[in-house]
Design a protein around this ligand. Structure first.
Ligand SMILES: [Zn+2]
Length: 98
């Protein structure tokens, strides 16, 4: 389906591109969407047509759980990185003041 001639055309008259949904109802499910959907330059086009079939309810629950875990781990890494940067700055200030 990567053949552009087989992709649907949106309300703007453009060949759509394949995008991925990250909503809790359809995590990871691909769909055809307008290239100008989130563009500030063009008037937003809301065309959307599913590319993948719907997931089973169990797969949706499992995938959402994994995404929550991944987001929590990424938040933890960001906090850890900030703590390290602060620690290095404090150490450098301490060494400068000695
Ligand atoms: Zn469009």
């Amino acid at each position: 389906m990567d053949d552009p001639t087989r992709r649907p055309v949106c309300h703007c008259g453009l060949v759509t591109e394949i995008k991925t949904s990250w909503t809790t109802g359809n995590p990871g499910r691909r769909f055809f969407g307008c290239k100008n959907h989130a563009s500030l330059r063009y008037k937003s086009c809301r065309f959307m047509q599913w590319y993948d079939p719907p997931m089973t309810p169990r797969a949706t629950v499992v995938l959402n759980g994994l995404l929550r875990k991944l987001n929590g781990l990424e938040r933890g890494r960001r906090k850890e990185r900030i703590i390290w940067v602060c620690l290095v700055i404090v150490m450098m200030l301490f060494l400068i003041c000695m």
